[in-house]
Design a protein around this ligand. Structure first.
Ligand SMILES: Nc1nc2c(ncn2[C@@H]2O[C@H](COP(=O)(O)OP(=O)(O)O)[C@@H](O)[C@H]2O)c(=O)[nH]1
Ligand SMILES: [Mg+2]
Length: 455
């Protein structure tokens, strides 16, 4: 399962001043010594030391002046002997160095292979390993906070507590199994088991439900822009993301497919979705676009419902938990807005805004309102553990199904061995999140293949 060869890869993205080539494995230091000439050989270097020297090509010419860090097993990122070359960030130098290392016996690392080795060497658990990729990808304050929390183990320790409670429940049941020939021996009363089971179900449900929020944090809060044709949806999208993403035209039905673009406002990431104008049409393609608009609206966390004053707001039934903001567009040319379509409460609370995307008026107020909604999404959750990973979410859903069967089994007086079987299944789903039980190679492969090379 675990290959004991020595791997190398460029660990930094292109651009920038310094490029790092990472080497890890039993021969990392001896292979590095072949290409590196410093004052002393790296073989005599202590762990966690830095060395200045040159990378020498076969013909004795200098490829680069570098700094080399040496980390000795087990105190390295991967847990193996590791060397990191800090070079000048020329793509040529970095590739050439890798080629030289490979000709000396290294293998080019697969995506995520350094982190995979760290996991296999018990440097951290699986959820922590996955968080490394999330930390790298984090581009807003909330996703950074969650990824850090997960990488540093807070998330795993909560899951371990949950797992321990499941183990305790399982052991109570298994204990009864061992003594099942003593017919009327009942160690724990079933009511009590059912109560504990229910508590655990609530906890798992809360975690699974946190995924929609976790996803919003990671990928951005989705904001669908909905309205009749020509009210200025595409213009608003472009103004919000400061970029000409969508085609603007006074020809009705221009936007046919949904277009989305992300932007950070005040440490939150928003993903704006421009949609086709909703109207009656016989054009098949436009009709498909309109269906997508409605779907986008249903899936979005915030809906911007647009009207330019000439047209009513489209009738839209908000899904529970969605925030709908009504926006009067083109405020630069429309002097009298017809507010009769607004319910009295909407006129009072400031969920109704006047905007000219063309002139930029009202855009600040719109951004502020969006940030307020985002703040309120995240306010209640700042201390809770939030699931951001689809694999974890799916494991929790499965765990919950198994636990539901446990509860039913207890309730209906199903023999303990069947109940215990379901409970073991639930336990293994929860354990898989942190990689407590042995995971098959293909699952590990699919997790780490989403990483970048060099991580
Ligand atoms: N005066 C003015 N015109 C606008 C404004 N926003 C959009 N328009 C114009 O309205 C027309 C339709 O805009 P577009 O964004 O394509 O509308 P969509 O069909 O809802 O996407 C274009 O001619 C835009 O230039 C605005 O704030 N002020
Ligand atoms: Mg449009």
């Amino acid at each position: 399962m675990f290959e004991h060869d020595t791997i190398c890869a460029v660990a930094t993205a292109s651009g920038g001043a310094i490029g790092i080539v990472r080497v890890s494995g039993p021969s990392a230091i001896s292979i590095a010594d072949v290409v590196f000439k410093g004052r002393n050989p790296l073989a005599s270097a202590k762990s966690h030391t830095l060395h200045f020297g040159h990378i020498l090509k076969d013909d004795g010419s200098i490829l680069d002046e570098v700094l080399v860090s040496v980390f000795r097993s087990p105190k390295s990122y991967t847990g193996e002997d590791s060397v990191e070359f800090s070079c000048h960030a020329s793509g040529y130098i970095l590739q050439e160095l890798c080629t030289m290392l490979i000709s000396q016996g290294c293998r080019a690392a697969k995506p995520g292979e350094f982190t995979q080795r760290a996991f296999l060497n018990h440097r951290f658990d699986l959820a922590q390993a996955e968080a490394v990729a999330d930390v790298i990808a984090a581009d807003n304050a909330a996703s950074h906070r969650l990824a850090m929390q997960q990488m540093r183990g807070t998330y795993s320790s909560e899951l371990k507590k949950l797992r321990d409670r499941l183990i305790k429940l399982a052991s109570l049941l298994e204990l009864e199994l061992d003594f099942s020939d003593h017919e009327d021996l009942e160690f724990v009363n079933r009511e009590e088991l059912m109560k504990q089971c229910n508590c655990l179900r609530q906890e798992i449900t809360r975690l699974a439900n946190s995924f929609s929020l976790g996803n919003a944090i990671k990928k951005g809060i989705s904001v669908a822009i909905i309205g009749a044709p020509n009210v200025g949806k595409s213009t608003l999208l472009n103004a919000l993301v400061h970029e000409n993403r969508a085609i603007v035209s006074d020809i009705q039905g221009t936007t046919r497919d949904t277009i989305d673009a992300s932007v950070n406002i005040d440490s939150h990431t928003f993903r704006f979705i421009d949609t086709a104008g909703i109207r009656h049409t016989n054009d098949v393609i436009e009709q498909m676009g309109i269906e997508r608009s409605i779907m986008a609206a249903n899936q979005a966390q915030i809906i911007l419902l647009l009207s330019d004053g000439n047209m009513d707001f489209p009738v839209y039934n908000a899904v529970e938990g969605q925030n709908v903001l009504k926006i009067f567009t083109k405020s630069d040319i429309t002097t009298s807005f017809n507010t009769k379509h607004l319910r009295p409460s909407e006129q009072e609370d400031c969920r109704c805004l006047f905007v000219s995307a063309l002139k930029g008026t009202g855009m600040n107020a719109l951004e502020r309102t969006l940030v307020e909604i985002a703040d309120s999404f995240f306010a209640s959750t700042s201390s809770d553990i939030i699931v951001t990973n689809l694999r974890h979410y799916q494991a929790l859903v499965h765990a919950n199904e198994s636990l539901h069967r446990v509860f039913q089994g207890l309730h209906q007086g199903v023999p303990n061995e069947f109940v215990a079987q379901d409970l073991r299944e639930c336990l293994s789903f929860v354990s898989d999140i942190i990689g407590g039980s042995i995971l098959p190679d293909d699952i590990l492969g699919s997790i780490f293949s989403t990483f970048c090379i060099g991580k």
